[in-house]
Design a protein around this ligand. Structure first.
Ligand SMILES: [Zn+2]
Length: 71
């Protein structure tokens, strides 16, 4: 498993639950969709801002990657 990060960190957040993000797998539609939802949920002034939803998405992404893409 590589820890190489290919995405820029959009913002620096201090919430420890959001500190370590799963890295979306390039070419994976599920990762891409979750990453997009995560970004929306973290947009402080966005219409979909929801910090607890953001945490859920991180968990969901991690579980998806471990289950489907984990090696
Ligand atoms: Zn994926």
């Amino acid at each position: 498993m590589t820890l190489e990060r290919t995405l820029r960190d959009p913002v620096q957040l201090l919430d420890p639950a959001q500190y370590v993000d799963p890295v979306p797998t390039p070419g994976c539609d599920v990762c891409a969709a979750l990453a997009r939802q995560l970004k929306e949920a973290r947009e402080p002034h966005g219409p979909k801002y929801d910090a607890s939803r953001a945490s859920d998405i991180v968990v969901e992404m991690r579980r998806h990657q471990e289950g489907v893409e984990g090696k």
